[in-house]
Design a protein around this ligand. Structure first.
Ligand code: ADP
Ligand code: MG
Length: 270
């Protein structure tokens, strides 16, 4: 399949998805298609429901209403075995790198290979070296997470995310806590990996620098609803007031923190 054909086929399809926490609707009737091979960004304020949406797409959470189809399989309804099979095609990169401090860089990247395959140690070794060189970390195999910088730890978690050659990689706030330059390097790496390895990337972020640098398409979430979906260009030029307030960081506009019942800790991402 050519990249062009690939980009017209939905690999992830959400239809009328709603999720409740303690009776409160947190995700509200979301329908969304993410196409094969694209880098899709989900942006929105803290507490808007971005991570919840990601957890619904990865089957960590199941919605009360609607369907979440991955390559045509509804993971909102399938059994645990079927879900495990679908999830083998996923890579996940979490907000705080989530590396195990007691394991070396090499052992951290090898974890999914040990868990999900029966590959021999020497093969795992070759794959780990290959993945580490893809993220520019050849030679760091035997370092511990505490011996490398925050940006490098993030790259180790990227290498671990692509260890099983996934079709889809989900990233939750991949540049949070990084300085702008290291954040920029991480963004470029996400984009390069997506293009070189033909991976579909779904990236949750509130980092505007990332959005326009790497997105093919962007969705904006506000209070659990999708308020806009479009190409980077369409979003940049959108006349949607929520989008304009968010991308320009305006303190006033339809997103009114102080008029709404909001949790101050969420606003500041605490
Ligand atoms: N497991 C949970 N139980 C109860 N409430 C939750 C849970 N996860 C998220 N929430 C609530 O759902 C809303 C959206 O959270 P989240 O998806 O983490 O937002 P974001 O990632 O955009 O910051 C928040 O109000 C949060 O407190
Ligand atoms: Mg979040």
């Amino acid at each position: 399949m050519s990249l062009k054909e690939c980009k017209q086929e939905a690999i992830i399809s959400l239809r009328n998805v709603s999720k409740y926490f303690q009776g409160k609707k947190t995700i509200d009737n979301v329908s969304l298609d993410i196409y094969c091979g694209e880098t899709f960004i989900i942006m929105g304020c803290s507490g808007s429901g971005k991570s919840t949406l990601l957890r619904l797409m990865t089957g960590v959470l199941r919605p009360e209403e609607g369907s979440v189809c991955i390559k045509g399989k509804d993971i909102a309804r399938c059994n645990q075995d079927e879900l495990d099979t679908v999830r083998k095609a996923f890579g996940m990169v979490f907000q705080y790198s989530a590396l195990l401090d007691s394991l070396t860089v090499k052992e951290n990247v090898a974890l999914p290979l040990r868990e999900h395959t029966k590959l021999a140690e020497d093969i795992i070794d070759i794959i780990v070296r290959m993945k580490l060189s893809l993220v520019g970390l050849r030679g760091y195999e035997n370092h511990y997470p505490s011996q490398i910088s925050g940006g490098m730890r993030k790259r180790v978690s990227l290498a671990r995310g692509i260890a099983l050659d996934p079709d889809i990689v989900f990233y939750d706030e991949p540049t949070s806590g990084l300085d702008p330059v290291v954040g920029g390097v991480t963004d470029k790496l996400i984009k390069d990996l997506s293009e070189k390895l033909l991976i579909t990337s779904v990236v949750v972020t509130h980092d505007m620098q990332s959005v326009f640098k790497i997105a093919d398409r962007v969705a904006m979430v506000h209070k659990g609803s999708l308020v806009a979906v479009g190409t980077s260009e369409e979003i940049r030029n959108s006349d949607n007031a929520y989008v304009q307030q968010f991308i320009n960081g305006n303190p006033t506009g339809p997103i009114d923190f102080f008029k709404e019942e909001t949790n101050i800790e969420e606003i500041f991402g605490l």
